[in-house]
Design a protein. Structure first.
Length: 496
């Protein structure tokens, strides 16, 4: 296959059409059924994806279970070396993967999709270096006994992933799982099955067959059988709270460990002394406006001190208005589309609800693209709601779209209790130059990931995960690999 062809995302989508990747081979669904993969910018059908069901799941899990036995015997450092090699090859395919994920998700290539592809490659490089860091402990329990713990692979890991950052969120599951000696079966998100399949294809040029399998299909027909499969020994799930509960219940029936990365309603807390330009930049990146707000860490509640509230709102609206909405594959585009018609309708319902909420002010930003080829595309204008109070539905429920709520505050204690006043606890940011103020907020915020004066996305080296209904367990980091992708065996050798 020529490089040129692979840089054409439509041709690549057509080549990958209708395939799972099981046991090192691109294969169709056992039933022969497929479903449409749609480009949300034009609504054209770009490929088919196999309609995976229990039989496809079994085939992938059996392959993974067989491969895992020999994979676990490969020295950890060598497994790491192979994962690093995957990272190196994926880096060579950044452009191709970026274009493919832009085509299927509608995320703009320059601001989002290409960035995801390069961070993806970096996550493999990071984990590839950690093979030799999988270590246990020795415990001075009794001088006549040698007592230690050994981290061992768990077995077959089932990974269920979402559509918003499909390649990166998959990498944060499978890179540590594989380095730790597990094999994996990934169930891709039905809205975005292609780029992750291409990642799997590239990685399967390096890994033994069966170590990394990927199947596509819908949640109840394909995700649920993966969770309940008796040979799946660990589930790692990223998605909605409601599905997360189902996954956790099914894992509890089998008594297998589960990691859940769920939703968020992350507060961005802005003090009166904050540097306004920096804060506005942080609000643009934090709310992921260039990703149409489709992020679980989106800064969807902005608590702004009354002294700088008006100036902040004015600048934020001006900045969002300056972003260009258009064809995701166009280099000039900042903002692409919403992922699917269903999600588009959901977000629109929230916008309508907001407009009908007494007191709320809807600042509708930006312009829809005027290109007639994009007339059916799922483009949605960002809305910055002001004059909001934390008890309003828009401030309590995860919208997963380009809708943020600005809440003016004056009393610190009231604001902080409101910032903590949702079911979620994924991320939070604090904006001030006063370290004492920042430290107090850092310690009291109910969130798994707190940043001051910046709004970075998840980093491979740092533990990431929420509290409250935002999830269970951490992803990313060495610690999360050992804690969530190995099982600890305690060994006592009596030396007498
Ligand atoms: P979203 O609404 O963002 O799509 P979901 O939680 O529905 O979030 O989907 C996240 C992932 O979970 C997707 O891959 C989806 O197919 C999968 N999924 C949905 N329902 C189930 C289920 N009952 N069991 C297992 N996986 C599921």
């Amino acid at each position: 296959m020529s490089d040129n062809l692979e840089l054409n995302p439509r041709a690549l989508a057509a080549r990958l059409s209708g395939k799972h990747l099981i046991d090192g081979q691109l294969v169709g669904s056992l039933s022969g059924r497929t479903f449409d993969v749609i480009n949300p910018a034009t609504r054209e059908v770009i490929a088919q994806s196999p309609y995976g069901e229990a039989a496809d799941v079994s085939s992938a899990v059996e392959s993974a279970a067989a491969a895992q036995k020999s994979w676990a015997k490969v020295k950890a450092r060598e497994r790491g070396r192979l994962i690093s090699e995957c990272g190196r090859r994926l880096m060579e395919h950044v452009e191709e993967l970026g274009r493919l994920v832009a085509l299927e998700t509608g995320k703009a290539l320059r601001t989002e999709s290409r960035v995801e592809a390069s961070v993806l490659a970096d996550a493999f490089t990071f984990y590839g270096g950690l093979g030799s860091e999988i270590k246990g402990e020795t415990i001075p329990f009794d001088t006549n006994m040698l007592t230690m713990t050994v981290p061992q692979p768990i077995g077959v890991v089932g990974a269920i992933i979402p559509w918003n950052v499909p390649m990166l969120l998959m990498a944060l599951k499978i890179a540590p799982a594989l380095v730790a000696g597990n094999s994996v079966v990934v169930k891709s998100a039905e809205e975005a099955p292609l780029a992750v399949l291409r990642v799997a294809e590239i990685m399967n040029q390096v890994l033994p067959p069966g170590v990394f399998n990927i199947i596509s299909g819908f949640g109840p027909e394909c995700g649920a059988p993966l969770v309940v499969h008796p040979k799946v020994a660990k589930i790692s799930f990223t998605g909605s709270v409601e599905t997360g509960k189902l996954v956790a219940k099914a894992a509890a029936e089998k008594i297998v460990p589960v990691t859940l990365e769920l939703g968020g309603k992350s507060p961005m807390i802005i003090f009166a002394d904050a540097d306004l330009d920096r804060v506005v930049n942080g609000a643009i990146s934090g709310m992921r406006f260039t990703r149409q707000g489709q992020s679980c860490t989106a800064a969807s509640r902005m608590f702004v001190h009354e002294d700088i509230h008006d100036a902040f709102v004015e600048r934020l609206i001006a900045r969002v208005n300056a972003l260009k909405m258009g064809d995701p594959l166009d280099e000039a585009t900042d903002i692409g589309t919403i992922i699917s018609k269903g999600q588009y309708e959901t977000v629109k319902r929230y916008v309508e609800l907001g407009k009908n909420t007494p007191g709320a002010v809807a600042n509708v930003c930006n312009k829809l693209p005027d290109d007639p080829r994009l007339a059916d595309g799922l483009f949605l204008q960002p809305v910055i709601f002001t004059n909001m109070t934390n008890d309003m539905t828009l401030c309590q429920e995860e919208i997963f779209g380009p809708v943020t709520c600005v809440i003016k505050w004056s009393d610190y204690e009231t604001m902080l209790s409101e910032a903590n006043g949702t079911d979620f606890g994924l991320a939070a940011t604090v904006w001030t130059n006063d370290l004492k103020l920042a430290m107090d907020a850092i310690h009291r915020l109910e969130a798994g990931f707190v940043q001051v004066n910046q709004n970075l996305v998840v980093q491979a080296a740092l533990p990431y995960g929420g509290v409250k209904k935002s999830g269970l367990g951490k992803e990313a980091s060495l610690e999360a690999m050992i804690e969530h992708f190995t099982k600890k065996k305690t060994i006592i050798i009596n030396m007498t």
